[in-house]
Ligand binder design. Structure first.
Ligand code: 5RP
Length: 229
């Protein structure tokens, strides 16, 4: 989908930012537009302090002179603006396509509000078309993978599990030094139960289901930007 639509969604989210806010900055191509637009506002005097959700976003924000902090210095944030791989009408999300899901979830959970910015292709009736990213510890990968596969079966997953990057010969490593298994569901019918079942596996660090975390979304379509609450 076009970069112009992602930028329109990002521009709408920016209208919610006020001087004095503590912001979480998301990761991905849509969040990148938001950070770029925020940088322009900061250059013209907007006073914000931000916590980035990845090294990539941190580098972009630094290059734009956006003031950065962390969750040791700030215990709460006013707002996080981030992209998503999928969102449903209830604003439940799949995230982690860019591999930043752990920091994204930590930052979103420390925020009073989370706005998702996306183009219309991300809106789905039922989550699961996009493979669910599951961040796992490197130790015991085989055992963790087998247990996740059992959970997938119990939840009616249509496909299997893939170690991200394996096909390219080098596994993808997250900012936290972990690996990602992408789980092919097709359709996730019981997201809350799946979330709990995955988090019960010791080798699972986090997964990309963001349930009841997002308060608003700006979804850009060729007919305009829709606000979902
Ligand atoms: C990164 C993410 C991204 O927000 C998600 O992958 C969407 O990215 P994009 O805006 O490039 O489509 O969760 O971990």
């Amino acid at each position: 989908m076009s970069e112009a639509l992602k930028r329109e969604a990002a521009a709408q989210a920016l209208t919610e930012v006020r001087s004095g806010m503590r912001l979480g900055l998301g990761t991905g191509s849509t969040a990148k537009h938001f950070v770029e637009l925020l940088g322009e506002k900061v250059a013209s005097g907007l006073d914000v302090i931000c916590v980035p959700t990845s090294e990539v976003t941190a580098a972009q924000a630094k290059s734009l002179d956006i003031p950065l902090s962390d969750l040791e210095t700030l215990d709460r944030l006013d707002l996080t603006v981030d992209g998503a791989d999928e969102l449903d009408a209830a604003l439940n999300l799949i995230k982690g396509g860019g591999g930043a899901l752990l920091r994204e979830k930590i930052v979103a959970a420390a925020s009073d509000a989370m706005i998702v910015i996306a183009d219309g292709t991300k809106l789905v009736e039922t989550l699961g078309r996009f493979p669910l990213p599951i961040e796992v510890n490197r130790f015991g990968l085989g055992a963790t993978r087998r247990t996740i596969a059992e959970v997938l079966l119990a939840h009616g997953a249509e496909g299997g599990l893939k170690l991200r990057g394996e096909d390219k010969g080098t596994p993808f490593v997250t900012d936290g030094g972990h690996l990602i298994l992408d789980a092919f569901f097709g359709r996730i019918s019981r997201p809350e139960a799946l979330s709990m079942d995955l988090l019960n596996i010791p080798g699972v660090v986090q997964h990309g289901l963001f349930l009841n975390m997002c308060s608003k979304a700006y979804v850009a379509t060729p007919d305009g930007v829709k606000r979902l609450l």
